[in-house]
Structure formats: structure tokens, C-alpha cells
Design a protein around this ligand. Sequence first.
Ligand code: 13P
Length: 245
Amino acid sequence: MRKALIAANWKCHGSLKMVDEFANALSHEPGVDVVVFPPAVFLAQYASRASHKADCGAQDIGTAETGARAGEVAGEMVSEVGGKWVILGHSERRSEQQESDALIAEKLAAALRAELRPILCVGETQQQREAGQAMVVVERQLQSALEQAAGSQLATGAIAYEPVWAIGTGLTATPQQAQEMHQGIRSWLYRKGDQTAQSVRIIYGGSVKAENAAALFQQPDIDGALVGGASLQLDTFTRIIGAAG
Ligand code: 13P
């Protein structure tokens, strides 16, 4: 039985006030792991306010350890301030920062060296879906990321299936569409001989709301959610956590 994972990706939103509000209110729930990903500058404050409550993590890290790399955040720094998790390969970084599959693979290796729990994001664009390429694209993203890490190392974290066309658009994948992709991802892990295919959590992201969360979580291979816009309101996010419990 996989434990549900509900994660809040604040992206470039938030404030110290919001950090305090969420850190005080949120905690893991029975059967549900809760993780908040505030912007990196707020991480230390979140971790200190929320100790022994919900986990937190970084939305990205650099590929290397500390050094002369202006603007980068190293995985070990995330760990030092109390972050336990890191999101890698989010589609906004793939498209806006031109992050390649190879770079994301390096970041995954760096995350594992820093003993962070990775959430590896994969997902196709609308055009790729319409061309019938959704699973091919996702398999390529997985294959590349896992070249530098054993699938079993993902078992500490999760895979997030986030179809690009559903992110921030209000267009959620239907529970059936999402289930088909999640099942495809799990079968791919099996075909690769991954012993942890059955235990790795595969969470869904893309316009998850309090209203649609329960139907998604009822699907056998949907183990939780990576929530963007709806994670910015405490009451809404709390209802999504409730739908997974
Ligand atoms: P929305 O929930 O705003 O669609 O964002 C999803 C996402 O990108 C989470 O990482």
C-alpha cells in the first residue's frame, strides 16, 4: 500500500506571512505525507517554523556542490536548512530555463548525493499528446533521468506526471487519462526491471483543485498530487489533503 503524497508547489509566490501561516497549520496527516515547496529564500524559515510538522523542500537545485556558481543553490544547502525534498524537471524549468533531459539527470544525481528526496516531473505538451506521443515523451524523460540513478533511488521520492497542457490552465486531465499515464509509467519501471515499480509513488499535477482531487485519488495508480495554484490558499490546500486521507 503506497502512502499518499500531497505537495504544494508555490512556484514564485509567497511571503514570510504565508510561510508562517502554512508552517503553523500544516502537518502530515494519517496516511498522507504533506510537503511544501516555497521559493528557496523562504525555505529556512519554513523548515524552522514547521519542524516536526509537514516537510518542505526546494523547487530546484544546481547540479553541483558548493562552489563558484553565482545564483545557484546546492542540494547540501537545502539539507542544511532543513529541506528534505527537491522538485526536478518541472515543465516551467524545462521550457523557460531550457533545462534538458541531460541536465535534469545531473540534478537528480546531485539531489541523491545530498540525500534529498526527489520529485521528478515528467509530462507531454498538448501538441505531443495530439500526435499520440504522450507516453513516448514521458518514457524518454524517465529513461534519461534514470541513466544517472537507479529507479530504486526514486523510491524515497516520487515521480510527478504533469501534462504541460493541464498546468495552470484549468484543464485537468480526466481521472482516466491520468490513470492511463500513471499505469504506463509504472509498467515502464517494471519493464526496466525496477524492483520498486510497485512502491514508487506517482503523483499527478495539473490544475488539481479541491473539487477534482478525490476523483483523481480514487484511481489505483494516482498516489497524490503536486499542486500549484490551489496550494496557495490554506483552506483549499487543506481540502486537497483531506481528499487523500
Ligand atoms: P497548477 O496546479 O497551478 O496547474 O500547477 C501544477 C504544477 O505545475 C505543480 O507543479
